[in-house]
Ligand binder design. Sequence first.
Ligand SMILES: [Zn+2]
Length: 74
Amino acid sequence: MSNRVVQGRMVTPERLAELIEGESVLEAESIEDADRECPDCGGDVVRVGYMPSVTAFVTGYKCQECDWSETDAE
Ligand SMILES: [Zn+2]
C-alpha cells in the first residue's frame, strides 16, 4: 500500500485520484512524491497515475496541505 496523508487525512491511491478528478476512477497506481512545491502554499506535492476511463491515463498532482491539484490531461 502507499497510503499518504493529504490535508490531514490518510488516503489510498484511488481516493487521491478521486479527489483530483472530482469523480470515481477505474484504477490508480501508487502515490509518489512529485518533487515539486505547491504553487499556492509551497507544500509538498504528491502524484498518482490513474485511469479516469478505459481509454485514458493521466497523472494527477495534489498538494498535501491545501486544495491545489492539477493533471496532465488535455
Ligand atoms: Zn498547497
